[in-house]
Write a protein that binds this ligand. Structure first.
Ligand code: F6P
Ligand code: MN
Length: 322
């Protein structure tokens, strides 16, 4: 079995980019161990703070954020970081080459029930910009040099791309090393599985209402096939399922709160997942086009997301103008 280091070597990944990714992986191993200790580590439950999105932070959100922040700040090639759990960018090393943007613990409402969560990361060039300035980070998803996630499930897995396809690694608990377990993962073009939070149905726009109504009609409806539904409530787990066996994941715009056009965040959820999905042959869209084509205006901006198996995402998009 090949280690992640051997794959970096094979792919001729620049040494500096490798060290930025390795910083994320080092922190992810610490997060794995804390999660595995669970209640015994005294890290479950909520901290008495709210993040910039107005959500209650879990203790482990804060701890994971701090672990990533400290490891990345100590990595000389990292100029700055932006995180779901930080209102403002954090300066690491002014002359660093990279910006690392992350969601330290995606799906954190799953922590207390011992269900899958994950760390999502996106790496952008700093281009000599000021890492203290939000504007330096506001680059489209097309500019990403690397993207990936570490999934903390029954096993800890790393799914990553540096623009040469998607490789999947599994953390060996005895050696604490990531080993390649699937090379060049590909998302099936068609699917019969969808993921959406159905409880928001009455808040969706008409196109999504019509599409999901047709999915539910199965083989008796215009789509002509029977669908299954899954919802883990952690984007990282939904994307992992889709990379593994295909599917479509949607978190569309809804009118629950006019200030929130969609729930997911563009820069540390939408963009890195889009790069992975499209590198694996899938499609990742928002009603106006590819998510990775969006020119961001804010680090914490939200985006409606439709991603997964190419043919199914195309079908979902065809309903948007109806
Ligand atoms: O980070 C936001 C997030 O937790 C995603 O991981 C997940 O897909 C979604 O929110 C779950 O949303 P809901 O609470 O509507 O099930
Ligand atoms: Mn998240």
């Amino acid at each position: 079995m090949q280690t992640v280091e051997q794959i970096f070597e094979q792919n001729k990944t620049p040494a500096s980019l490798v060290s930025a990714i390795q910083a994320v992986l080092t922190a992810s191993k610490d997060i794995t161990h804390l999660l595995q200790k669970g209640a015994m580590a005294g890290v479950l439950g909520s901290a008495e703070a709210e993040n910039v999105q107005g959500e209650t932070q879990k203790k482990l959100d804060v701890i994971s954020n701090d672990l990533l922040k400290d490891t990345l700040k100590a990595c000389p090639v990292v100029a700055g970081i932006a995180s779901e759990e930080e209102d403002l960018p954090v300066v690491a090393n002014n002359d660093g080459e990279y910006l690392v943007i992350f969601d330290p613990l995606d799906g954190s409402s799953n922590i207390d029930i011992n269900v899958t969560v994950g760390t999502i990361f996106s790496i952008l060039p700093s281009n000599g910009g000021d890492p203290a300035e939000e504007a330096t980070y506001l680059q489209s998803g097309r500019k990403q040099l690397a993207a990936g996630y570490v999934l903390y499930g029954p096993s800890t897995m790393l799914v990553m791309t540096t623009g040469q396809g998607v490789d999947v690694f599994t953390l060996d608990p005895s050696s604490n090393e990531f080993y390649l377990t699937e090379q060049q993962a590909q998302i099936t073009a068609s699917t019969q599985e969808f993921a959406i939070n159905m409880s928001n149905q009455r808040f969706w726009a008409e196109g999504v209402q019509n599409y999901v109504a047709d999915l539910l009609q199965g083989e008796e409806g215009p789509l002509g096939k029977r669908y299954n539904m899954r919802w883990v409530a952690a984007m990282v787990a939904e994307v992992h399922r889709i990379i593994t066996r295909g599917g479509i994941f949607m978190y569309p715009w809804d009118n629950r709160d006019v200030k929130k056009p969609g729930k997911l965040r563009l820069m540390y959820e939408g963009n890195p997942m889009s790069m992975l999905v499209e590198q694996a042959g899938g499609l990742s869209m928002t009603p106006d086009g590819h998510i990775m084509d969006i020119e961001p205006e804010l680090i914490h901006q939200r985006v409606p997301v439709f991603l997964g198996s190419k043919e199914e995402v195309e079908v979902a998009m065809s309903y948007q103008n109806k």
